[in-house]
Write a protein that binds this ligand. Structure first.
Ligand SMILES: *Cc1c(COP(=O)(O)O)cnc(C)c1O
Length: 425
């Protein structure tokens, strides 16, 4: 499927039925798979042959989804997890040991911020959060001898800042660590992050990839561009005692990272995606390019409307010419995405009144699905963060995150118009 374009891969990649087989990938609701001989099973357990033997380590429906997203991103392979958080957890466990270190942009999803800043700190993995606008020299200076990766989001949640790929990939290259990019908000439909220097891509599939708010999932995609066969990555380049002293880089070459993530992390942690969710997300990915175009179109229309409204204090959307990220957005993104943030005059209270007055747009803890929704991150998704951390993540108390759905854009503008009429400020 390598030479096809994105729209084609979205519907065709991952499942190529043979004569008489199902047109649509079947849902393999089976924990296990039958074999004729003990010798065959042993070969699978030894990773000498590939095949399904237990759904915790691989499943045909899940594999179809993995293949499709890997094709969309231009990776050599991918592994699905039960959620985006679970994928990031697997990423850390696959590369780090106690005593190691991560450099991360501070402008990231609140859950990832907590995972790096608190949870994994308890297990001895340290993190340095850096300002996404830090200079190349500052980013490089944050990298220590024990740093295992640099992490950032293509389009950050919720502040929709656009990653300066050139700067971050240069910093990663010049310090000899992989650049890991969370491509959840952009998706491969808007940004093929590997083309701009990402070495590994992570996803929360619960957002645009599913896109209908029906299934949670996560993914890690690798394009094999980073060479882990160095003493800096003993977890991949020295014998693994939990796997007959197998050396992943020697045995699997470019597939070392992905093989270990499946054969070791997934085996031990069991944070797998259910085949049912894999089926749903796989189906929904078929319309990803169409949906991303419409989400982006609606978000731009709403951003322009809000920016011109006298009761609106500020609008932050990379598609607006007023955005400091507009040039970067044009350089790296095919369209500007479905999420924007804004603040109304009158602060947090006025924001609450506005949100309560919306009739079409719903208030919920979600983003990136077919229906328009709003949320106040400071009181919800980012509630556990201190005021100082909120500031680091670029979130003010009055900030409203608006996720544009795929409804008619005039209906959406009318909804915000009537709600703003009810706000006095
Ligand atoms: C939602 C989100 C996550 C976490 O994903 P879940 O599927 O909710 O666990 C990670 N990164 C980004 C950018 C997100 O928006």
């Amino acid at each position: 499927m390598k030479n096809y374009k994105l729209d084609t891969l979205a519907v065709q990649a991952g499942w190529e039925p043979k004569n008489g087989q199902e047109r649509v990938v079947p849902i393999s609701m089976s924990t296990t798979f039958k074999y004729e001989s003990a010798a065959e099973l042993a070969k699978l357990f030894d990773l000498k042959e590939s095949g399904y033997f237990y759904t915790r380590l691989g499943n045909p429906t899940t594999n179809a989804l993995e293949t499709r997203l890997a094709a969309l991103e231009g990776g050599i392979g991918a592994i699905a997890f039960s959620s985006g958080q679970s994928a990031t957890t697997a990423l850390i466990m696959n590369l780090c040991r106690a005593g190691d270190h991560i450099v991360s942009s501070a402008t990231i999803y609140g859950g990832t911020f907590n995972l790096f800043g608190h949870t994994f700190k308890q297990f001895g993995v340290d993190v340095s959060f850096i300002d996404q606008d830090a200079s190349l020299e500052e980013i490089k200076a944050a990298v220590r001898p024990n740093t295992k990766f640099i992490f950032a989001e293509t389009l950050s949640n919720p502040s929709v800042k656009v990653l300066d790929f050139e700067k971050f990939s240069r910093a990663a290259k010049e310090t000899g660590v992989p650049l890991v990019v969370d491509n959840t908000f952009a998706t491969p439909a808007l940004c093929r992050a590997f083309d701009y220097g990402a070495n590994i891509i992570t996803h929360s599939l619960s957002k645009y990839s599913d896109g209908h708010a029906c299934a949670m999932g996560g993914m890690i995609v690798d394009n094999g561009s980073f060479d882990f066969d160095t003493p800096k990555f003993p977890v991949l380049s020295t014998p693994d005692p939990s796997y007959h002293d197998l050396v992943y880089t020697k045995t699997f070459g470019k597939f070392a990272f992905l093989t270990k993530a499946r054969a070791h992390v997934m085996r031990d942690i069991g944070n797998i995606l259910s085949p049912m969710n894999a089926f749903l997300i796989n189906m929904n990915l078929e319309t990803l390019p169409l949906r991303m175009a419409k989400h982006s179109q609606n978000a731009l229309a709403l951003a322009q409307f809000l920016e011109s409204h006298p009761k609106v204090l500020w609008v932050n959307y990379p598609g607006l010419e007023s955005s400091p990220d507009h040039e970067k957005a044009k350089k790296y993104l095919k369209a500007f995405g479905g999420v924007l943030t804004f603040g109304v005059k009158g602060g947090a209270k006025a924001a609450e009144k506005l949100m309560d007055s919306l009739q079409l747009a719903a208030q919920l803890t979600h983003v990136a699905d077919a229906r328009t929704c709003v949320l106040q991150p400071a009181s919800t998704t980012h509630r556990q963060l201190s005021n100082a951390d909120l500031k680091k993540c670029g979130i003010s108390p009055e900030l409203v995150r608006l996720s544009a759905g795929i409804e008619d854009s005039q209906d959406l503008i009318d909804d915000f118009k009537q709600a703003l009429d009810k706000v006095d400020c």
